[in-house]
Every structure is written in structure tokens, then in C-alpha cells.
Write a protein that binds this ligand. Structure first.
Ligand SMILES: C[S@@+](CC[C@H](N)C(=O)[O-])C[C@H]1O[C@@H](n2cnc3c(N)ncnc32)[C@H](O)[C@@H]1O
Length: 425
């Protein structure tokens, strides 16, 4: 950081005047490092013993490419533990992590020491100055940060300037409509002058807990598992800088800053073909819209999304980043891989179902996907090695491959599988 102010190198070479950094944001995160620090990474170590987990995460970003184990990853606004998790998960990658808060970096450094993470480089640096690193990155992870910047466009453009031509950004920003109750409570806290100290946060937690379940903040508070934890409560309600995006605002923001939208990290919540939305009288009209409008309309119908988790790539990328499609014949040669964080439930099933598939990252119960016996046989045949064609031939029969396409597409839409489409290139 440059002594309390920063100069931004914009991707097209313009230079801005010195802009004051948000001392308030920095002070906030020194006092309230977020998320709650992890003492160890054992759970993560256990999870990544399954190699399919890394493979699936790589295919989400690059479905047509062999995993790049030695990639350069930037974790921008790394908080207390995210960068250490990445460094442990991708031992051959080089992970650079930056944060404005020394307190957050200290927690990450403890994990780095504990696990001997030599592939992790930690630096106290603001995102707006990331160009000072003089490097480009294949993967940039920036979750829960850009919506707290005084100028999110400058932050995003700075990341764009250090993204490699065929790199991918995994971003997460707040969603506007589902946070209406949070913004009401932020306003309430401002009216009362609530401060982020221990006593005030305890009282604020008790106040939220006593609100009617009909209050717009109540569902957010009950769904966010750490809402009662003091630093998380401060992060949600007392943050000095906080903005949120609707789906159209998110698309426009990415475009303005030199990115193209690639996909949602979890796409089913945005798709009119998934869950209860698919049964509405408007389902066919919704599905006939262009994808960005579908996503905007479904956000309005769901009404309670609190964040947008997305993947974006550079707008000058020559090859399509997510060419998964089911209209030609290419889908037959995709290799489907089940997402390791999904569940296949076989108890207390709805009538006629042989199993129900659940992606644990989904927050909407209507996105659980019931399978009949024939579908379950196809699902069970997915092994991450065989192509869709082979899976359908072996589990459904050679004459049923075309009918099976719709089911496979549904599994993909519902975030149950990703495709290894490396054969496409
Ligand atoms: C809500 S935390 C998210 C941490 C992490 N990305 C995660 O998802 O667990 C936001 C982090 O961004 C950092 N931060 C805020 N403004 C920043 C800036 N301008 N440059 C770098 N880091 C920043 C804060 O210090 C904090 O650690």
C-alpha cells in the first residue's frame, strides 16, 4: 500500500489521480477479521484427498481444458483462511494472496506455518494496487470483497489487468433483493449509532434474535449460520462500505470492467428449468428469454438471493470459455463427473422416486432432484471416465441415447455434474 493512498493503473493505460484509500474499511477489518479464523485445515485436508474434488473445481472454470495443476492463483482479499485452503488444495500451484488487513494475514500466516505451505506468498496490498505485483494470474479468487470497496469498478478493473488471457475469475458479491432486511438493519444501526464493540454487538445479536420471524432480516439471519457470531454480525450490519448487485447490474458491471460472464458457480437457482419455477404458468415464456434475462427474471421470482457467486473471463478471450451445449452432437463426447459435494439420498423418498439428488451448496429446497429407477441407473453409471454416450448406452440402451440427453442436461443444470469436454479442443 502506498501510505494511505493508491494510484490505479487502468487496463487501457490511463492513470487516475491519487485516490484516498478507505482507512475506515482497513480499520474495520483489523478489528473484525472475517471469516472467523480457522485453527486448522484438517477438514479441508480430508476433503481434498478425493482427487475428483479438484478435478470438478477445475472443470467448473475450464470445462474444455485439462486441469492446470501448476497454475498461478491470486486470492484477492483473502481474509483469514481462504488462501491457506487454496495453497493446501493445489500443492503444485503458486498462490499469491493479498489483503488490506494485517490481522487477517496474521491468521493466514499461522495456518501457513502450521501446514508448511511453501507455495503461498502473502502480501499486505490493496486490490487497487495489485498491478504493483507485476504478475498475471491464471485464476483469480475474489469472494466477499469487491462489494466493500469504495469504488468496486476500480477494484474489478485492477483484477482484469492481472488476469491472464485465458484465465478465470471466481467472484462473489452481495445480491440486492435478498439483502433488503440487512439494509434495513444497517439503517437502524446508523440511526442508533450502534458501534462495533463487544457489548454493542451482543445487544445487537439479541435484538436480531428477538425480531418477528416475518421481519425481512429474519430469514437471512436464520440461514446465515454465523450471523450471531460477533465479527460476522459486524460484517453484515456495521460495515462502513457495502453495496449489492441485481443480476442486470452484475452483468453490466462485468462488461464495463472488461469481463464476460461465464457461468454461475451454482447455476440451478438462476434457471427457469429448475425447481418450482419450471412448474409455473410462465415457465415456457421465461425459458424463451435470452440467458441474462432468464437469470434476472428468476432472481426476481426467487426474491431471497443474498449473494451472486460467478465465474467470469476476459472479454477479449478468443475461445468460448463455457462451450457446453446440447443442440449439436458434441455432448455425446463429454465426460460427466459427479460433483463430490452432492448427496444421493435413498431414504424417506417421495412417491415414485428411487433417489433424490441434493447439492449441498443450494439453499433452495425445491432444487432437490428426484430420480426414477431408470434415471438412477444412468446416474449410477456416471464414473468420471466414460462419455455421456457410453454412460447412456450401458445404463439405458443404445436406442435410448437421444432421450437420455434431456436427463443428462438436467443433471448439469441442477449442478449435479460438470463436464470434462477436453475432447472438444
Ligand atoms: C468478507 S472478507 C472475505 C474474505 C475471503 N475472501 C473469504 O471469502 O473468506 C473481506 C476481506 O477483504 C479484505 N479487503 C477489504 N477491502 C480490501 C481491499 N481494498 N484490498 C484488499 N483486501 C481488502 C478485508 O480485509 C477482508 O479480509
Amino acid at each position: 500500500m502506498n501510505g494511505g493512498s493508491a494510484r490505479w493503473d487502468l487496463p487501457w493505460g490511463q492513470r487516475t489521480a491519487k485516490i484516498p484509500l478507505s482507512d475506515e474499511v482497513r480499520a474495520f477489518y483489523e478489528g473484525h477479521p472475517y471469516p472467523a479464523p480457522l485453527r486448522d485445515l484438517e477438514r479441508h485436508r480430508e476433503l481434498y484427498r478425493n482427487p475428483d474434488r479438484r478435478r470438478a473445481l477445475s472443470l467448473l472454470l475450464w470445462p474444455t481444458e485439462k486441469p492446470r495443476p501448476d497454475r498461478k492463483i491470486l486470492v484477492a482479499g483473502c481474509g483469514t483462511s481462504q488462501a491457506a485452503v487454496y495453497a493446501m488444495r493445489e500443492p503444485e500451484a503458486h498462490v499469491t494472496a493479498i489483503d488490506i488487513s494485517e490481522a487477517s494475514l496474521r491468521h493466514t500466516r499461522d495456518l501457513q506455518r502450521k501446514y508448511g505451505l511453501r507455495n503461498l506468498d502473502l502480501q499486505r496490498l490493496v486490490i487497487e494496487d495489485v498491478g504493483d505485483l507485476g504478475q498475471t494470474f491464471d485464476e483469480i479468487v475474489c469472494t466477499g470483497v469487491l462489494h466493500h470497496l469504495p469504488d468496486p469498478d476500480l477494484g474489478l478493473r485492477s483484477l482484469r489487468a492481472v488476469l491472464a488471457p485465458d484465465g478465470a475469475l471466481h467472484g462473489m458479491v452481495y445480491a440486492a433483493y435478498g439483502r433488503a432486511g440487512v439494509y434495513m438493519m444497517q439503517e437502524y444501526c446508523r440511526l442508533l449509532g450502534v458501534r462495533a464493540d463487544e457489548e454493542e454487538l451482543r445487544e445487537l445479536g439479541a435484538t436480531i434474535g428477538a425480531l418477528s420471524p416475518d421481519h425481512p432480516v429474519a430469514s437471512t439471519a436464520s440461514r446465515a449460520k454465523d450471523f450471531r457470531q460477533p465479527d460476522a454480525l459486524a460484517d453484515a450490519l456495521l460495515h462502513p462500505v457495502d453495496r449489492a448487485y441485481t443480476v442486470p447490474q452484475l452483468y453490466a458491471w462485468l462488461e464495463r470492467c472488461g469481463f464476460s460472464f461465464a457461468r454461475w458457480y451454482e447455476q440451478a437457482p438462476y434457471l427457469p428449468q429448475c425447481g418450482e419455477i419450471a412448474n409455473l404458468p410462465h415457465a415456457a415464456r421465461l425459458a424463451s428469454l435470452a440467458p441474462p434475462l432468464q437469470h434476472a427474471a428468476v432472481e426476481l421470482l426467487r426474491g431471497t438471493m443474498t449473494k451472486h457467486n460467478f465465474i467470469a473471463c476476459r472479454d477479449d478471450r478468443t475461445a468460448e470459455s463455457q462451450p457446453v451445449a446440447f443442440d449439436g452432437q458434441a455432448w455425446r463426447n463429454y465426460v460427466p463427473l459427479r460433483l463430490p459435494w452432492t448427496l444421493c439420498v435413498r431414504e424417506r423418498l417421495p412417491r415414485g422416486a428411487a433417489a433424490v439428488l441434493i447439492n449441498r451448496a443450494h439453499v433452495y429446497p425445491d432444487l432437490a432432484l428426484p430420480l426414477n429407477a431408470a434415471q438412477q441407473r444412468v446416474f449410477a453409471a456416471i464414473d468420471g471416465k466414460r462419455t455421456v454416450d457410453d454412460v447412456l448406452r450401458s445404463a439405458a440402451g443404445a436406442d435410448r441415447v437421444d432421450q437420455g440427453r434431456e436427463f443428462i442436461e438436467g443433471l448439469w443444470r441442477y449442478d449435479q455434474i460438470v463436464f470434462d469436454a477436453t475432447g472438444l479442443r
